[in-house]
Design a protein around this ligand. Sequence first.
Ligand code: PLP
Length: 635
Amino acid sequence: MANDAPWSVSKSAELYQIRGWGEPYYLAGEGGQVEVRPNPTVENTINLFELVKDLRARGLELPLLIRFSDILADRIKRINECFAKAIAEYNYPNVYRGVYPVKVNQQRHLVEEVVEYGKPWQFGLEAGSKPELLIALSAMQDTGGLILCNGYKDYKYIETAVLAQRFGKTVIVTLERIEELDIILKVSDATGLRPLIGVRAKLTAKGVGRWADSAGERAKFGLTSSEIITVVDRLAERNMLDCLQLLHFHIGSQISSIIPIKNAMQEASKIFVELAKMGAAMKYLDVGGGLAVDYDGSKTDFHASKNYNVDEYAHDIVYAVKEACEKASITCPTIVSESGRAIAAHQSVLLFEVVGTSDVLSLQVGELQPNAHALIKGLHETYQGIVGKNVQESWHDACQAKDEAVSLFKFGYLSLRERAEAERIFWCCARRIAQNMRRLRFVPEELQNLEKELASIYYCNFSIFQSAPDCWAIDQLFPIMPIHRLDEEPTVRATLADLTCDSDGAIDDFIDREDIKHVLEVHDVKDTEPYILGMFLNGAYQEILGDLHNLFGDTNTVHVRLTESGYHVSHVVKGDSVSEVLHYVQYAPEVMIEKVRMQAERALQAGEITIPQMRLLMRNYEEGLANYTYLTIDE
Ligand SMILES: *Cc1c(COP(=O)(O)O)cnc(C)c1O
């Protein structure tokens, strides 16, 4: 039977679903380590474990975020090629011009790479705020990509956008609220320029899942049908209908099913056609974001997955627009999409080390002493009696004894040492029950959580709040797995805890083939080598949403690019030092040093501390301020 065969890398690959979420970029290498193939069109791979070793040798400690530039390039290429293919297949008489929504990841090196890799397709940028517009204007030098202005806008935002059109950029201001029309008209009057205008429609078609409320009547953004008519009428009055050129909608992020996308396309295409018929010079249909990422690799409409691929997405969009426009005999528009997650998620991996474990698995029952308390004797008997499948009765006995131990202790009939022994044997019972239970087909309900209760806790050198805030905020799932030892069976089941003093700083939901699982299969941690876990596909939203809980700052970040013979590290962005983080909260490290020095000086005068002790303290304090905010792992 396959299950009795020795453990293998391919068993690990299946366990962690790496083919599902990782292809074509991440794979379980034959040597038992995760390999990265940043450019799927060439054979070169990078061994992730070796890469981490190399980077550490350069002084770049974990936690470490690695961005694979070639993966970003491939994502951009892929979406453009899929649209090009659909356009060719349907003989669509216009083009696709994607934009990257800057809000997904605003880091300069990344945005610059998006512009660089997007050049062949005139890939543009989308801004959701004034600061993001300022980024877009400086980043899109002369590449001809669109710059789309979304988000709530004030006079200066719109004025800046309209003026920037004068240096040869296609900057389109999309109305998110009807009030913005007045501002645009004012800007137009004051500058004497004719703005390019878009409208964001509030569709009745909704997305699915967490962001479903981004669309629908009660949505925060967009114009209702009657507001759109108002825009048309008012522009017509001023002879400015030719300025209205774009229709936009966005029905939410991570749309896991293709159905709502199709529905939205039908509704939006119809609005587009109507706008053109009313005389607007409609040139662009902007279908927003929402293209999902298959975080769990299941290829289903589960919220962490998606039941369609980029190819199908592009085909459905092109088809819907073509059909609606041809039926109405109007010119087919340039199709624009604002995919963020699908562009940026795959390229980055967070790597972190396990720094400690707590587990009940190593507890031993121990010898029964002849003079042991009756309760302890009873627990020993319960433990010995756990055989075969009938474990439920033993479970009841063990639970009862544990409760009784607490009562007896409270009333003084059991010593603290005896109570500790009772608890230890209880956990040994639980472990044995769980082991026997794994052979059961039906697990009684009261025992279903036992595996999780018995799981080890792996303490990891990172902060969820800084590096994966959506795990905490919205229970998002990211694929997590060890990046080495894949040829060894992972015999431990664990939940992960981060460094923060926050009980929410833990991960106990993991991807699974069906639904989710609450423990992750991991290896025992050896004293002799680090145990490194990777959290994958976290390039979208996590970096900027990350916060400074417990003052854990930005992690070290590197950009890695493939070369003929291997790779090179193109950018290193050192993580925050303690001083930098303290500055954010208004501390002045120099003043802090002085205050501590004065206290130490007083202690020295009082004979409480020696000069070498004082020197050591001050050195630690000053070095502490200059160092990384995460734990330093002793060699
Ligand atoms: C957030 C956002 C996007 C990006 O959405 P993804 O789901 O990441 O592709 C695109 N357009 C608008 C208007 C947005 O608010």
